[in-house]
Design a binder for this molecule. Structure first.
Ligand SMILES: [Zn+2]
Length: 235
């Protein structure tokens, strides 16, 4: 009897407050998920998590001595994924980060290439940006990953000490100069002899990944792998 009351209440509430998919805007969302199944199914998967020699690893080779590197989806203009990432970063839709992170976790858990990872590290956000947004979107992705792939999240071992502006019109060399010294290690012990997986939302040039590596490269026995939600070679 209680279940009937609960379900009826839920149905009536849904009439007045329909839950809309953040990808397509249709009222097809079930089980309190922010993105509908059709949208999730349509996201353009790269399958890079199973391929060692992929576009992301090619973009980073010679700059970061990684163990594995991949992005799980292609980021294209006017796509559902672009809209979801926009809502995650600029519209306070933190639940999108958890949902997309869960997808990442499912893919990583299925990949043999990432089995040896010890901990996930969200690419640190500058404290000023963190205050403005209220959360680090990479941290939410890590939490989503952790919900299905049992790897601890390591926060605060590396911090972002300098804020940077997106400088899309500058050359790679200028971006590198701009990123120099952006990250700093706060707790070396936590990273020693660990295989870390650096997690971020979108990789474009890899400048942030490279800057992160510059900060941690001296740490003994540390291995680094990289996984981002999406990849674009530039827009
Ligand atoms: Zn949808």
């Amino acid at each position: 009897m209680l279940d009937i009351v609960k379900n009826t209440f839920h149905s009536i509430a849904h009439l007045f407050f329909p839950q809309l998919c953040l990808g397509c805007g249709r009222d097809t969302v079930q089980n309190d998920e922010p993105i509908c199944i059709e949208c999730l199914y349509q996201l353009p998967a790269t399958h890079f998590e199973h391929i060692e020699n992929n576009a992301v690893s090619k973009a980073l080779v010679g700059r970061v001595p990684f163990t594995q590197a991949s992005a799980l989806y292609y980021f294209t203009k006017q796509s559902i994924l672009q809209s979801l990432i926009f809502q995650l970063k600029y519209k306070q839709q933190s639940n999108v980060g958890l949902a997309l992170g869960k997808l990442m976790g499912q893919k990583l858990a299925e990949s043999k290439l990432y089995e040896a990872v010890d901990v996930c590290i969200p690419l640190p956000l500058h404290p000023k940006k963190l205050r403005k947004r209220g959360y680090n979107q990479a941290q939410l992705l890590c939490e989503g990953i952790q919900s299905v792939w049992n790897k601890p999240i390591l926060n605060h071992a590396v911090i972002r000490q300098r804020n940077t502006k997106t400088q899309t019109k500058k050359s790679r060399m200028h971006r590198w100069e701009n990123m120099d010294g952006v990250f700093v290690v706060r707790n070396e012990q936590l990273l020693m002899n660990k295989h870390i997986l650096l997690v971020d939302d979108v990789m474009t040039t890899g400048a942030s990944v490279e800057a992160f590596y510059q900060a941690v490269q001296h740490i003994l026995g540390m291995k680094i792998s990289i996984c981002t939600l999406a990849y674009t070679s530039g827009m």
